[in-house]
Design a protein around this ligand. Structure first.
Ligand SMILES: Cc1ncc(C[n+]2csc(CCOP(=O)(O)OP(=O)(O)O)c2C)c(N)n1
Ligand code: SF4
Length: 327
């Protein structure tokens, strides 16, 4: 009998040690159940690995292995290559935080994609090194407070911009890459199903609030994730072979200030004129996202060189799919 008919999988089951409201725990639970039992999961070092596998116990109900921080994609490449010689074919999935993806794992991820391994890489993006005490990563947004980018007399939080990882991934021209959010389950579900219907390297960046590191109420995680999408801070998009194929449109983007206000990591920006200047900067960065991906009703070309290949659709009730690329 197909195990899918027998019970609800709960790939990541209860009893783990995540903080309450952990976006990564929510995301991993959703993605794990959507992928189903025929998966082998490789987990980079990070919060998700630590809170699910404590001292000889595990919350995973699928085959799961821990790699070191840097090499999850290389380990998954080896697992996938080994499986080719076996009669029963499981699908290989990598899970990593943004530190394990944007920073220390990037070389192995690039190699895995370039060699064409049949692996889905899922990055749970909580925008800092949470497991080791909320240090900034290259995914941390500009002006956010972390323990290594503290605001003070000479600083308004992190000096640098959030790395545009999706563009780096897109440059590999792989079959599928997408952004998703724990606040938009139907969209996330469609993207996991699409990714699993394809073969070759696939990438999913799941926006995953961290109440501890972002300093917001544990009950507000979904609200924070929703605001990131509704302001345009975190666009929900899909790419196939490097070209944008769909975006979740925004009828009326909310001001970025609404997103910043609900998180302690941005509270210093509301204290003085220097902070107000940074908020204007963050709004300008968000407006660039909105223009770049054409998130408003009126479609705009994402990339003029690629305009002929860009098709725009929508999900989640924001817009109906368009058959033609914008002229
Ligand atoms: C080579 C190496 N450097 C540093 C560490 C310490 N370390 C373990 S997990 C981690 C941060 C993980 O951050 P991220 O990938 O963003 O995952 P999160 O904990 O935020 O989910 C660090 C720095 C390590 N294990 N190995
Ligand atoms: S520190 Fe953040 S990412 Fe880690 S378990 Fe807690 S809420 Fe989740």
């Amino acid at each position: 009998m197909d195990r899918r008919d027998a019970f609800r999988l709960n790939a990541l089951t209860s009893g783990h040690r995540a903080c309450s409201g952990c976006g990564q725990a929510m995301g991993a639970r959703m993605v794990g159940d959507l992928i189903g039992p025929d998966a082998i999961v490789v987990n980079a070092t990070g919060c998700l690995q630590v809170f699910t596998t404590h001292n000889a116990q595990t919350a995973w109900q699928v085959p799961w292995l821990h790699s070191v921080f840097a090499n999850a994609a290389a380990v998954a490449s080896g697992v996938e290559a080994a499986l080719r010689g076996l009669p029963r074919h499981a699908r290989v999935v990598v899970q990593a935080g943004d530190g394990g993806t944007f920073d220390i794992g990037l070389q192995c991820l690039s190699g895995m994609i370039e060699r064409g391994h049949d692996v889905l890489f899922v990055c749970y993006d909580n925008e800092a090194y949470m497991n080791t005490g909320v240090q900034r990563s290259s995914s941390t947004p500009h002006a956010a407070r972390t323990t290594t980018s503290p605001p003070g007399r000479l600083s308004e939080g992190k000096h640098h911009l959030k790395k545009d990882l999706l563009s780096i991934i897109a440059a590999h021209h792989m079959p599928y890459a997408a952004t998703a959010s724990v606040a938009f389950f139907p969209d996330l579900k469609a993207k996991v199903e699409k990714a699993m219907s394809l073969h070759g390297p696939r990438f999913l960046q799941v926006f995953s609030p961290c109440p501890l590191g972002w300093d917001h109420d544990a009950a507000a995680s979904v609200q924070v994730a929703r605001l990131a999408v509704e302001t345009g801070v975190f666009p929900l998009v899909e790419l196939e072979y490097g070209a944008v194929t769909s975006v979740m449109r925004l009828a009326q983007p909310r001001p970025v200030e609404e997103y910043l206000r609900v998180q302690g990591r941005f509270q210093h920006l509301f204290a003085d004129a220097r902070g107000a200047e940074e908020i204007r900067h963050l709004q300008a960065l968000t407006d660039t996202n909105i223009r770049r991906y054409g998130l408003l009703e009126a479609p705009t070309a994402w990339d003029t060189d690629e305009a002929g290949r860009v098709e725009r659709g929508g999900r989640g009730g924001y817009a109906s799919p368009r058959a033609e690329a914008p002229s």
